[in-house]
Design a binder for this molecule. Structure first.
Ligand code: TYM
Length: 326
């Protein structure tokens, strides 16, 4: 069975972009693949975090993943810091990547330009991400479009390591969906929807009140024309709504455009589709969030399963690079 791995940071709230770009594909992938999904808490540390908040959002995120349909019988669900092998392999990946490669990462450039404090971890972040993926020999990595460059670096590092030390890692493929790979902010449709608190009206949180979520879609910025057309460059707002509707209903955004002659009905349908996607998630989340011990037990089992896969790979890596074993 092909192996799938992906991760999400426990920073801020989980939003519609996370769901449509990545998480809903995690759920679908778990039935046909050997799948591992992790809450990447160590990646969250690349920017300053309040300890109590990090603790809470990590548990909450695990419960949201269960609520969207990650099934612990089908998938291995775990917290990154519970499997210390990731960090050991990350160091090896830092020493496999060049300074120039890491410096070219656009996410680092964007984030470091605006941050007051730029940690060393923010710079080496993609090496840890490569370790997350390579330590499990993942074939496929379901992610949104913003992770494309990190995946390309991961592939380059796997190929470089294999050619230096002999076949060790599977070279993974990014799996980026056709619709929903880049959900844009509803108020500023030229920026992607993101976890930062800057644009509450532009971001739909998975736990938003359903009426509030629908209103955010209905008030989304479009343009002064009236034509409904899928053209993300010329018509970013309208195209975003078509992408959201397409990703929620499994249809192609280009085809959907021909069903509409006005923006109002498109917004109404997109709002309904989002509400129908969020409703069952919120219901399950309400049940799960009351059962903290149950969630911790699932995470404990997941960590055990993940460690059993990661440890032999790390041993092999250490042997290959010449570290002395005892
Ligand atoms: P993170 O936590 O920022 O986002 C989690 C997933 O959501 C996708 N995503 C989006 N998709 C569509 N539209 C958007 N507006 C949008 N915003 C976010 C992301 O592409 C991602 O798939 N570096 C990763 C976490 C990570 C990881 C890994 C992923 C660490 N190790 C190993 C895969 C494999 C990140 O910051 O995702």
């Amino acid at each position: 069975m092909p192996r799938v791995l992906s991760g999400i940071k426990p920073t801020g709230k989980v939003h519609l972009g996370n769901l449509l770009g990545a998480l809903q594909h995690w759920v679908a992938d778990q039935y046909e693949n050997d799948s591992l999904y992790c809450v990447v808490d160590l990646h969250a540390l690349t920017v300053p975090q309040d300890p109590a908040t990090l603790h809470e959002t990590t548990l909450q995120l695990a419960q949201i993943l269960l609520a969207i349909g990650i099934d612990p019988e089908q998938s291995t669900l775990f917290i990154q810091s519970h499997v210390h092998e990731h960090i050991e392999l990350a160091w090896v990946m830092e020493c496999t990547a060049s300074f120039g490669e890491l410096r070219r990462m656009t996410q680092f450039k964007d984030k470091s330009e605006t941050a007051d404090f730029v940690s060393g971890g923010l710079f080496t972040y993609p090496a840890l991400m490569a370790a997350d993926i390579l330590i499990y020999d993942a074939d496929k990595v379901p992610v949104g479009d913003d992770q494309r460059q990190h995946l390309e670096l991961t592939r380059d590092l796997a190929i470089r390591f294999n050619s230096r030390y002999g076949e060790t890692f599977v070279v993974p493929e990014a799996a980026i969906p056709k619709a929903g790979a880049r959900v844009m902010d509803l108020q500023q449709p030229t920026s992607k929807m993101s976890k930062s608190d800057d644009s509450p009206q532009g971001t739909i949180d998975l736990l938003d009140d359903l009426g509030v979520a629908a209103r955010k879609i209905k008030r989304a910025v479009t343009d002064t024309e009236t034509e409904v057309r899928f053209d993300p460059v010329a018509k970013p707002g309208v195209s975003n709504l078509l992408s959201i509707l397409g990703a929620c209903t499994g249809q192609n955004p280009e085809d959907l455009a021909s069903n509409y002659t006005q923006y109002g009905p498109l917004k109404a349908d997109a709002a309904d589709a989002v509400v129908e996607v969020l409703r069952p998630i919120q219901k399950r989340y309400a049940e799960l969030s009351a059962d903290q011990p149950g969630t911790l037990a699932i995470l404990g089992q997941g960590a055990g399963k993940a460690r059993a896969m990661a440890a032999p790979k790390l041993r092999l890596v250490k042997e290959r690079i010449g570290l002395l074993g005892i």
